[in-house]
Ligand binder design. Structure first.
Ligand code: PRT
Length: 107
């Protein structure tokens, strides 16, 4: 078991795929499908933006947690993992910002 709560949450979310929707909010999201999952992610992104524009920076934290949770659900629904995202971030480390924006990054 990892010490990283985000990695533990990823494993829990992935384990909810195919579970009884009545037993778990995560399973109910998978049952509702990709459009609903994407919509929920968008809503949580907006709530994070609203918190960011408010007076209390600490209010961003719970919204960011909701956002990350729903991103993990989306990744799992697409059979993708945080390691896929880490690999993309690592790839970008070797690409200049200009080339990346122009879509000329090296693979
Ligand atoms: N981290 C989260 C987490 N973050 C946010 N949420 C849920 O995301 C929902 C977002 O709130 P909304 O008001 O937008 O949604 P809602 O009105 O409740 O429901 P809908 O709009 O989707 O119908 C809330 O129901 C939150 O409980 C989460 N639900 C579960 N987890 C974790 O996921 C794991 C699996 O949980 P279960 O699916 O409950 O087994 C556990 O580790 C949980 O801690």
């Amino acid at each position: 078991m990892t010490d990283d709560p985000l990695a533990r949450l990823e494993a829990t979310v992935r384990a909810r795929r195919g579970a009884d929707p009545a037993s778990s909010y995560t399973a109910s999201l998978f049952a509702r499908g990709r459009p609903t999952i994407a919509q929920k992610l968008g809503e949580e992104a907006v709530e994070t933006v609203i918190a960011a524009l408010g007076p209390d920076p600490a209010a961003i934290v719970p919204e960011a947690a909701d956002l990350l949770y729903h991103l993990l659900v989306l990744l799992a629904d697409a059979d993708l993992t945080l390691d896929d995202v880490r690999a993309e971030l690592a790839r970008r480390e070797g690409v200049s910002g200009h080339d990346e924006k122009a879509g000329r990054g090296t693979a």
